[in-house]
Design a protein around this ligand. Structure first.
Ligand code: ADP
Ligand code: MG
Length: 695
């Protein structure tokens, strides 16, 4: 408002820059440049030019001046307009000032009112705070009281609950104790009963075993005595028949001689008769002679007839006796099988090899032969036998562990093949009686498997064959005729090789022998495998030789083939009884298994790795098959998992008999392998195969 007033009072409303322009325009017309001394014509011309430009300048200036004047006029107009506006504003000012004053008064009045109200409000809010505080105090007090009451109630309830719970717990405990005592007494009762049953069961079994064994022994000796007597009788009869035959022959000879004589005499008589009566006397005496000869002949014939009758009686008696023997033989078969089943269709024997290395430490093997569970036990530990060795050994080993194992039979280092065969012979008898039998030797290489199975002359193979032919001879008297055949094969890398062929090496990998099963007859054949008919025990040695030779030629220095393959000797026994029409087929499988030693698969490659894998696979399959045969619940028996088990499908399980030898070495460096073998055998030994009887 001051600006407006100053400008209006200054009287000149033109801006400063515009004033200067106007003064410049006037001053420039006066400052014409100074004239110089020049010629008159030129000066004249110059004067003319100057006055022309002056004129032009003046015209320009006039135009400028006019424009300035025009501007001045518009400025004056606007000044006037502004002045009139100023005036009207000036007249408004007092009114506005009045209005302002009034507004200010109102404002002050409002402010005063506000202050008053604020005071009231403060008063009210302090009052309210006080009330809230009081309420809060009251509430807290109430809350505290309530809390105390509540706590008391809670405590009371808790006490009540606790007491009730305690009572209930007490009751429950009493009840439980009572029940437990009842149950315990029942359990004890049951245990007692179970023990009694078990005891009686065991007693029964052992009685049965004993009885069976005694019965068989009695029967055997009875049978032998009877057989001896019958033999004697047969011999006597045979001798008598011989004598009678001789006499009959004599009589026949005499009769025929007499007949000749009669004929001759008759002829002579005819001649004499023709020559008329001169010989009448002679004829009479001759007639007499002839009739006496005829009488003699008739007497001889009668005697001959009597002898024939006697001989027939002997034949009949012999036949009756043989029939009796046959009956006894049938009974013996049944009893024998029953006894084998009582002993268990799967049996495991352990054989400990004598220590042959002179400077080696044997691990300690003790066998406790008498035990309650019908098994023989042995315990092994890594401690060598003698004290001196024990000291040496103990110096770097503390905590020597002892491992116990139980088997059907244990043969210690001193046992001979002859002793072992006593047990085997019963199974050979079963094979002759028409059952399938498998006998295995299991163990690490060098543990005595081959020594047990096929040592020439006294191994299980030669002894079995010898026994078979002895028994066949005896059974012939009871009308049994046998057909015996042998096959010898090896399973190497899951391939079957014929050990009986002379061109063995050439055939390796070329001929693929296949296993064929006849499900109906439950029989097995192997394609293109040599079958050797056996007619006496002596043939077995050449069979073993051929088999050995073939395996030796296939082995190399670093790898003994016989320890890396399974060898299977199969004797098939077909029998027919012409008297009863009965026929049986039994098989005796004698298997020398590949070495069971664990070769670390990481240490071998190529052929050796393949061999190792195949051996591991087939041995564990064999264990699996036997174990699942023993497990009554298993529906599926994994025969197909290896060639060996597939081949023996009908000779393992059912009413066939299996015997496994676990061969162990006592050498301390073989301790872990021995332990592995014994563990494997224990698994197999815990298996019992069904006791189905064969008709
Ligand atoms: P494997 O067939 O398990 O590899 P062997 O039967 O070849 O073992 O036995 C290894 C060595 O020990 C052979 O020289 C063998 O004659 C011998 N041997 C094994 N068992 C006996 C034993 N009971 N009595 C005497 N020597 C044995
Ligand atoms: Mg061997």
């Amino acid at each position: 408002m001051n600006d407006i007033t100053n400008t209006a009072l200054g009287g000149d409303s033109l801006p400063v820059s515009r004033k200067r322009k106007i003064s410049d325009a006037f001053s420039s017309s006066q400052s014409v440049p100074q004239q110089q001394q020049q010629p008159p014509s030129l000066v004249k011309q110059q004067k003319l030019d100057n006055s022309k430009s002056d004129l032009k300048n003046m015209r320009d200036r006039r135009q400028q001046l006019e424009a300035v004047l025009k501007e001045k006029q518009t400025a004056k107009d606007s000044l006037r307009k502004l002045q009139s506006e100023l005036w009207s504003i000036r007249t408004d000012i007092p009114e506005l000032e009045l209005k302002l004053e009034k507004l200010m008064d109102e404002h002050r009045a409002i402010e005063r009112g506000y202050k008053l109200k604020q005071g009231d409000l403060d008063l009210l809010s302090s009052k309210r705070d006080k009330q809230i505080h009081e309420l809060q105090l009251g509430f807290e007090l109430f809350q505290k009281e309530d809390e105390v009451k509540l706590n008391q109630e809670v405590e009371r309830l808790a006490d009540k609950f606790f007491n009730e719970a305690q009572q209930k717990e007490e009751q429950r405990r009493k009840r439980n104790k009572q029940e437990r005592e009842n149950l315990e007494s029942q359990l004890a009762e049951l245990n007692k009963k179970k023990k009694a049953i078990e005891q009686s069961f065991e007693d029964q079994i052992s009685n049965l075993k004993r009885e069976g064994e005694i019965k068989i022994e009695n029967m055997k000796s009875d049978y032998h005595l009877k057989k001896q007597a019958i033999r004697l009788q047969i011999e006597n009869t045979k001798a008598e028949i011989g004598i009678t035959h001789d006499r009959m022959k004599d009589a026949e000879l005499t009769i025929s001689k007499n007949n000749d004589k009669i004929e001759k005499l008759s002829n002579e008589f005819k001649i004499a008769k023709a020559n008329s009566g001169e010989f009448e006397e002679k004829t009479k005496s001759l007639r007499l002679e002839v009739s006496s000869l005829i009488q003699f002949s008739a007497d001889r014939s009668k005697e001959y007839e009597q002898l024939r009758e006697k001989s027939q009686k002997f034949v009949d008696d012999t036949k009756a006796l043989r029939e009796k023997l046959l009956e006894e033989e049938t009974a013996r078969r049944k009893l024998h099988n029953k006894l084998q089943e009582i002993k268990g269709n799967i049996r495991v024997f352990c054989r400990i090899k004598p220590e042959l290395e002179t400077n080696s430490f044997p691990h300690k093997i003790t066998s406790l032969l008498e035990t309650t569970d019908g098994k023989e036990h042995l315990s092994i530990s890594e401690v060598p036998n003698t004290d001196q060795r024990q000291l040496q050994f103990n110096s770097n080993k503390s905590n020597i562990k002892r491992f116990n194992f139980g088997f059907d039979k244990i043969f210690d280092m001193e046992s001979s093949n002859a002793e072992i065969f006593e047990e085997i012979s019963q199974l050979v008898q079963s094979a002759l009686d028409g059952y399938n039998v498998c006998i295995f030797t299991y163990g690490q290489t060098g543990s005595g498997k081959t020594y047990t199975m096929s040592n020439p002359n006294d191994g299980m193979i030669p002894r079995s064959v010898k026994l078979i032919f002895n028994r066949i001879e005896q059974l012939r008297e009871m009308y049994w005729e046998f057909k015996v055949e042998g096959q010898f094969l090896e399973i190497y890398n899951e391939n079957i090789n014929d050990l009986m062929t002379e061109s063995y090496l050439k055939n390796l990998d070329k001929i693929k022998h296949q296993i064929k099963h006849n499900e109906i007859e439950q029989t097995t054949t192997i394609t293109d495998l040599t079958t050797i008919p056996l007619s006496n025990a002596e043939e077995v040695s050449s069979i073993l030789e051929t088999a050995n030779r073939n395996r030796m030629t296939a082995s190399t220095n670093s790898n003994n083939r016989s320890s890396r393959s399974h060898s299977v000797f199969i004797i098939s026994l077909k029998a027919y009884n012409s008297q009863t029409g009965e026929s049986t087929t039994g098989k005796l499988n004698l298997i020398d298994l590949a070495g069971s030693e664990r070769i670390s698969q990481s240490l071998v490659t190529g052929d050796r790795l393949r061999e190792t894998q195949n051996i591991n696979k087939s041995l564990s399959s064999l264990g699996d098959v036997i174990i699942s045969l023993g497990n009554k619940k298993s529906q599926h028996i994994p025969y197909r998992n290896s060639k060996l088990t597939y081949l023996l499908q009908y000779s393992l399980g059912g009413n066939s008999k299996t015997l496994m030898f676990v061969n162990v070495s006592p050498n301390v460096k073989h301790f872990n392998e021995s332990l592995n073998s014994l563990r494997f055998a224990t698994k197999v030994n815990n298996t019992h195969i069904g006791q189905a009887t064969k008709n």
